[in-house]
Design a protein around this ligand. Structure first.
Ligand code: 5RP
Length: 225
């Protein structure tokens, strides 16, 4: 059980991240229930302060929300370099390696994080773990390759299960793979080398510079050295 209501913590973390936004920036919009609080507060700041911001969403859901709230949305073709990306995570380890993809949006999320000068992750305290792997790793796969990729994941020591009834924004299936994760960088690379894998939800190559942790209605900000 969380010591605090995790929704309060998500809201606190999401809203705090808006403090790092400056006028004129190109901003990556993450996906999920924590990122939603960021987008909502961001939209308020844009209105209140007449900010000129351009947002690059990581999912159709975040794009729809942003548009509905009047946030100007663009894409990576127009803006291949992003100033700041703010996104949630499913697990964060002490070295700031992440598991993402609980919402199945990790492919676009990793592209946007990689294209960003600064990457801030917003989480509730329950997402901080000593070691990654309690949460399954999402693996986006071209449907044709599903059976083969499952077998190859077994070869890497994992157990994969297809996410039922789910199709990614890119039209692919997602497998959720359980691993005993010893070396996140290696596992991220090994999985991405399987033909048919589009992207997996380990973020060890592109880690966040900051993690904003919601603790009840307060936050603490962790910065990578
Ligand atoms: C979506 C993600 C989300 O950021 C992650 O699942 C966290 O979601 P939430 O903020 O709803 O707990 O990676 O693909």
């Amino acid at each position: 059980m969380d010591r605090y209501n995790s929704d309060d913590s998500k809201k606190a973390a999401g809203e705090k991240a808006v403090d790092y936004v400056k006028d004129g920036m190109v901003i990556g919009l993450g996906t999920g229930s924590t990122a939603k609080y960021f987008i909502e507060r961001l939209a308020k700041r844009i209105q209140e302060e007449s900010l000129d911001l351009t947002a690059i969403p990581t999912s159709v859901a975040s794009e729809n929300l942003a548009k509905r709230l009047g946030v100007k949305v663009s894409n990576l073709s127009e803006h291949p370099a992003i100033d700041l990306d703010v996104d949630g995570a499913d697990e964060v380890d002490p070295k700031y390696n992440l598991i993402k993809g609980g919402g199945g949006a990790h492919t676009r999320e990793k592209i946007v994080a990689s294209a960003s000068k600064e990457f801030i992750v917003i989480v509730d305290e329950a997402k901080l773990v000593n070691r990654l792997g309690n949460f399954p790793v999402a693996v986006e796969v071209i449907p044709f390759a599903e059976g083969y990729v499952m077998k190859e994941i077994e070869g890497l020591g994992g157990i994969a299960k297809k996410r039922a009834g789910f199709v990614s924004d890119n039209g692919n299936v997602v497998l959720d793979a359980r691993f005993n994760i010893v070396d996140p960088i290696r596992l991220e690379k090994d999985m991405n080398e399987i033909p048919g894998v589009v992207e997996n939800g380990i973020f060890a190559k592109r880690r966040p510079e900051k993690v904003i942790v919601g603790v009840g209605k307060k936050t603490k900000t962790l910065e990578r050295e």
